[in-house]
Design a protein around this ligand. Structure first.
Ligand SMILES: [Zn+2]
Length: 170
């Protein structure tokens, strides 16, 4: 049973479950459902509040964000690319609200969310190292985590802090 972002409830039941059984099941879990729905709404509200701190509607706002990103991101990318011995491709920025970064493992291009401007420096650094680590390791497996341990030992903490501030993972 899970709650979607819009508050809808998705229930998976075994085959052969009757309508009456399902109804009883939902009644038994009423309180859990109410609470989970409430949490989902609150998390979504926090997310929206977070993203609205960086308005990107006008051309001026976009240009200003681009200027600040260009000051912040490329130096970090260069620093860690050297340390990690990887060759990133082109860097781009998008107003992504579901991912902090996206790495194309074929051509090594990396796209960063403009909303990184809303995170503390060390959390931004964590995202940069995470994306560069994908140039060595495509998946989030044990060897990926080993890379993170080596190049950004506080990655778990940074990840937690990022989720706490923004409601957004990855
Ligand atoms: Zn990743």
């Amino acid at each position: 049973m899970r709650i979607l972002k819009n508050g809808d409830l998705h229930v998976t039941v075994p085959l052969g479950y009757t309508k009456a059984e399902l109804k009883a099941f939902l009644e038994q879990n009423q309180e859990w459902i109410r609470q989970a729905r409430q949490n989902t709404f609150e998390r979504e509200k926090r997310r929206q509040e977070f993203f609205s701190k960086l308005p990107l509607e006008t051309r001026e706002q976009g240009e200003e964000a681009y200027r600040r990103l260009q000051q912040m991101i490329p130096p970090l990318v260069e620093k860690y690319a050297r340390l990690m011995n990887v060759k990133p491709g082109r860097i781009c920025y998008k107003a992504m609200i579901s991912q902090w970064g996206r790495c194309n493992v074929k051509n090594h291009d990396i796209c960063f969310s403009a909303y990184l401007l809303l995170l503390p420096d060390w959390c931004v650094e964590h995202v940069v190292v995470h994306e560069l680590a994908h140039l060595k390791e495509a998946n989030h497996g044990a060897s990926f985590h080993a890379l993170m341990d080596t190049y950004f030992p506080r990655w778990r903490e940074a990840r937690k802090e990022t989720i706490r501030i923004s409601g957004m993972e990855e």
